[in-house]
Structures are given as structure tokens and as C-alpha cells.
Design a protein around this ligand. Structure first.
Ligand code: PEP
Ligand code: MG
Length: 566
């Protein structure tokens, strides 16, 4: 048995033969030719053909409901109209080189430019240019690339796969995917995620002589076993069956209500970081977005994003997910999320420092840019706005005043704003939880940020690995604050959700429901498992039993509630 290690992209087990995928290698004529016009014509014909193919791939993906991947091919078709790219190829041909030569050098130079950019996202785009180069060469050489995948179901092993190669694969023959190169930001990784294929990348050492050999891809452990030992086969076959059964059951929960056996309904929403997560929300049947961490829009940008840039991101998410409620949290920068262009002072205790709403309230113009972008985007869907790191009522009032000011400005400019926008705050400090009654008077909803609430309540730095032993995610103090916040919210008709990691903790689901939580917002992949958990819960069994025996027992607290109130 040989074991090759890589980097996990999509969890799963794939069992079958390996097929080494080899894209054709072309020998390009380096000699000069005399008929320049003919080469220009061949180039143009190939460009038009590849563009048509990309548009066809776009249509295909749209039809199959893969909006995210469709966008890749739309971008490819646009890239093929890029004047700089076309001109650089034409210039090479004007020197007497063939169309193939011009495509190789012209597209390589463009890819190199992307590769040298600092931003990882743009670096990954070089793969798109190479993909187009290969498609152009396939057309110019008249190659038949239809059968590179073979005819049997297999675990595909490739150097790297271009998006157009990936999308052309026959999915019914694809058991899993291994690439020697690739990045987690690459479109192939995006495709693999959206298709849910067990996938590892950067599996540098796997060799071509594995072609045709029996193997098991175990991406849970980021590795592939070639000619595995019997005990590995037995163990991983059992794991695959278990996965399939679980997955099939979970898929059946799409469209089903998130409701306990005794009829208690909770809303299951998703936490997202930006437009790239729209598909995950839909695929996992989230009922809305409970936390859009808008700081990722800032973190993804080299400079302070303009109002228009922010507007575009918020609009895309709201439009893509309408009519679902999408709660966008205003910028939560600071502490562990630092940005150079914000030029924040170094602090002794950044988690207790100048962060989130504190920055926004002190940098009014910065804050107003975001609020204006949010208000402008509000007509494209169902928006909720949430302010993070609140400790006092005056902060909420000031946030609302600035929001009002932005509304008035936009109205004066003749811009449309949605009539109803729910306003909420994160409860992630003990101060906010303990003052929840007063804060509730100001807002439509609370969302419990249990990650920070735990850190601040227990004085446990959430970044520190040394504190593992002292950290208790179910600490009774945190649970008590959660329960009391829910109760305080409900006293004032303020609905209450949980968007920190605890929201997805199946051990606590039943407690949260019992306490009356209205919404749980979790990472998209946790939606269906959580729905399963909710649907199997029965809160009626906790309802007070008035019998004498039960009354006698009542003094003896049990379970989590016992820990809380004993
Ligand atoms: C939280 O603190 O629980 C939360 C959801 O916010 P973040 O993890 O982004 O700080
Ligand atoms: Mg937080």
C-alpha cells in the first residue's frame, strides 16, 4: 500500500481505480511564416469558437442550477474580448509567428501577470488564462479532448484541472478528484465544492504509474491510499456507507420545516462572508442569512472599499437570496481582523480595544459609506442591519441616528430605500447580555455572538491555544447569559437568534429551543444536520410535570439546566 498526502478541499471517501488525466501537449512550430493574414484569421476563428464554447458552458451551468460556476465561464468569455490580450497576440503574429505561437506566448504573459499579483484571488485567476490558452490550442490543433477521462468510473488524478476541463467531465464517471497542484481558491476547488466531490489538492508525490490501480481517496484525512491494505478497505468502505446513508437522509430534509416533533418552529439561517457563499446558502436550504460578516468585503480589498463597491457586493447577495432575510453585520474590524489601510494603532489588548462599532462610531464617514451602501442595496431583497460589539444603549441610538442621517441624504438624492429594514445588535459582551432589557427597546432583534460572549465572559482569549484546558464551551455562565438574553428579548417583542459557533452545537440545540430561541445561524454545511436535530427534538417531554412524584424530583436538577441552576 502507498499513501500520498495532499490538502483537503471536500470531505468524502471515493473507492475505485485511478485514472491519470493528461491534457494534450502540443509541439509548437517556432519557425516564422510568411502569410501573416492567414494566421490572424486562424487566431480570430479560434477565439470566436472558444468564446462560443465558453458561452455554451455558461448556459449549461445555468440550466443545471450552478450559478457560481456559470459565472466562471461568463468571465472567460469576457476575457476573450480583452483588447490588451488580443493586441499582444496580434503583435506576436505581426512578427511572422504562427497563431499557436502567439496564443502560447500572449496568454502565458497574461497568466504571469496574474501570478505575480499579491492578492491570492487574482493569483488564482492565472489558471483561468491558462485554461483559455489550452482551449485555444485545442481548437488550433484540431485536437479531440473528448475522451481524456476514460470510459470507466474512476478517481481522477491530474496535474491541475482547468475549470473548462472540470466542467466537461462526465460526472457519472467521476468518483473523486486529486490534483498535484491547485489552490483552495482556484475555480476547480470551487467547482469541486459545489459538486461535493471528495477532493484533495497539492498531492505532489502521486505518480503516473498509479494509473489503473485500485485506490481509496480519504479526504477526511487528506490522503489517497493506492493498493490499500484490507483493513483500510474494510474501514473506509464502512465509512463510505455511513456517509451515504447520512447524506441521503439529510438531502430529504430540504424543503422540510425546521420544526420539533411537538411543533416548535425555529428559523435555520446561514453565516456567510460574501457573494461567493450564495450558492452554499441555496444548496443547503438555509432559510435566510443570520450573519453576513461584511468585514470580509473590507478584508478582500486592497483599499478602503468605496460605497459603490460595497453596494455591488450587498446587492448581489440580497438579490441572489431574495426573498430570504439577509442580515448584514456592519464592519467588525479590529482584534484578530486587522487591515493595513485602516491604520489602526497597535494595542496591548486588541480584543478589548478599538474594534467593530467603536471604530465606526469614531470614524463617521467610514461608517456612513457602509450604511449608505446597505440602504441603497436594501431594495434588492430583504435586508436586516446588525451592529456588533455593543455594550451600551447610547451606542445603538447613535448607530440609528447615523443610519437616519444616511437615509435622509439618500432620499434627498432621489435614491430608493426599502420601506422595512429590521435593525438588530449582536449580544456578544456580558454588558449587552446583562442590559438586554434596555437594549431590546431599541431594536427588532438580537443575535447572540457566542464566540465573543464566551471569550469576554470567561476571560478566555479565543485565539489562545494555551487556554484549551480552561475553556468550556458550555460554561454555565455563558449559557445563563444566553437564556436570560432570550427571555429579555421576548419581554420586549425582540426576536433572538444565535449566530456564534454554539448555534450549531447539537448538544445544545434542545436547550436553546426550550429557551425559545427564534433563529439559529450556522455555517451552511450545518443547516441540514441541524434541521435533523431539530426535527428529532421533542420539547413536550420537558414541560412541567405537576404530579407529586415529579414535584419531589424537582429539587434535583439534571442535565444542562441542572448545571445552570443548581
Ligand atoms: C461571535 O462573536 O460569536 C460572532 C458570531 O462574531 P465573530 O465570530 O465574527 O466575532
Ligand atoms: Mg464576534
Amino acid at each position: 500500500m502507498q499513501t500520498f498526502k495532499g490538502t483537503k478541499i471536500v470531505n468524502g471517501i471515493a473507492i475505485g481505480k485511478i485514472k491519470i488525466y493528461k491534457a494534450p501537449v502540443y509541439e509548437i512550430n517556432e519557425e516564422l511564416v510568411s502569410d501573416i493574414a492567414a494566421e490572424l484569421e486562424r487566431f480570430e476563428a479560434a477565439r470566436v469558437k472558444v468564446q462560443e464554447d465558453q458561452n455554451a458552458l455558461y448556459e449549461k451551468e445555468i440550466k443545471e442550477g450552478h450559478k457560481d460556476t456559470a459565472g466562471i465561464f461568463e468571465a472567460h468569455a469576457i476575457m476573450l474580448d480583452d483588447e490588451d490580450l488580443i493586441d499582444s497576440c496580434k503583435e506576436i503574429m505581426s512578427e511572422g509567428h504562427t497563431a499557436e505561437f502567439a496564443v502560447r506566448d500572449g496568454f502565458e504573459a497574461a497568466a504571469e501577470m496574474f501570478r505575480n499579483m499579491d492578492d491570492e484571488y487574482f493569483q488564482a485567476r492565472s489558471a483561468d488564462v491558462i485554461d483559455l490558452k489550452n482551449s485555444m490550442l485545442d481548437v488550433l490543433f484540431g485536437a479531440d479532448t473528448a475522451n481524456l477521462q476514460g470510459t470507466e468510473p474512476a478517481i481522477l488524478v491530474a496535474e491541475d484541472l482547468a475549470p473548462s476541463e472540470t466542467v466537461k467531465l462526465d460526472k457519472s464517471l467521476l468518483l473523486g478528484l486529486v490534483t498535484r497542484q491547485g489552490s483552495s481558491n482556484s475555480h476547480t476547488a470551487i467547482l469541486a465544492r459545489s459538486m461535493n466531490w471528495p477532493t484533495i489538492i497539492q498531492c505532489h508525490d502521486i505518480t503516473d504509474d498509479c494509473d489503473g490501480k485500485f485506490a481509496i481517496l480519504d479526504s477526511y484525512n487528506s490522503c489517497i491510499y493506492v493498493e490499500p491494505a484490507q483493513y483500510v478497505i474494510d474501514e473506509l468502505t464502512a465509512k463510505q456507507h455511513e456517509d451515504r446513508e447520512k447524506e441521503a437522509k439529510l438531502q430529504q430534509l430540504k424543503g422540510k420545516p425546521s420544526e420539533t416533533k411537538d411543533g416548535y418552529k425555529v428559523r435555520l439561517y446561514a453565516n456567510i462572508g460574501g457573494p461567493k457563499d450564495i450558492n452554499a446558502v441555496i444548496e443547503n436550504d438555509a432559510e435566510g442569512v443570520g450573519l453576513f460578516r461584511s468585514e470580509f468585503v473590507y478584508l478582500d480589498s486592497k483599499t478602503d472599499p468605496t460605497e459603490d463597491e460595497q453596494f455591488a457586493a450587498y446587492k448581489k447577495v440580497l438579490e441572489g437570496l431574495a426573498p430570504r432575510l439577509v442580515i448584514i453585520r456592519t464592519c467588525d474590524i479590529g482584534a484578530d481582523k486587522t487591515i493595513d489601510y485602516m491604520k489602526l494603532d497597535k494595542e496591548e489588548n486588541p480584543a478589548l480595544g478599538f474594534r467593530a462599532v467603536r471604530i465606526c462610531l469614531n470614524r463617521r464617514e467610514f461608517f456612513k459609506r457602509q450604511l449608505r451602501a446597505l440602504l441603497r442595496a436594501s431594495t434588492f431583497g430583504n435586508l436586516g442591519i446588525m451592529f456588533p460589539m455593543i455594550i451600551s444603549k447610547w451606542e445603538v441610538q447613535e448607530c440609528k441616528e447615523i443610519l437616519e442621517e444616511c437615509k435622509k441624504e439618500l432620499q434627498a438624492e432621489g435614491k430608493a430605500i426599502a420601506e422595512k429594514i429590521e435593525i438588530g445588535i449582536m449580544i456578544e459582551t456580558p454588558a449587552a447580555a446583562l442590559c438586554a432589557d434596555e437594549l431590546a427597546e431599541e431594536v427588532d432583534f438580537f443575535s447572540l455572538g457566542t464566540n465573543d460572549l464566551t471569550q469576554y465572559t470567561c476571560a478566555i482569549d479565543r485565539q489562545s491555544a494555551n487556554l484549551e484546558r480552561f475553556s468550556d464551551t458550555h460554561h454555565p455562565a455563558v449559557l445563563r447569559l444566553i437564556r436570560e438574553t432570550i427571555e429579555a428579548g421576548h419581554r420586549h417583542n425582540t426576536w433572538v437568534g444565535i449566530c456564534g459557533e454554539l448555534g450549531a452545537d447539537p448538544e445544545l440545540t434542545e436547550e436553546f429551543l426550550k429557551w425559545g430561541v427564534d433563529e439559529l445561524s450556522v455555517n451552511p454545511k450545518s443547516i441540514l444536520p441541524l434541521r435533523d436535530r431539530v426535527r428529532n427534538a421533542d420539547l413536550s417531554k420537558h414541560k412541567e410535570d405537576k404530579s407529586p412524584a415529579a414535584q419531589a424530583e424537582a429539587g434535583k436538577p439534571k442535565g444542562l439546566l441542572g448545571r445552570l441552576f443548581s
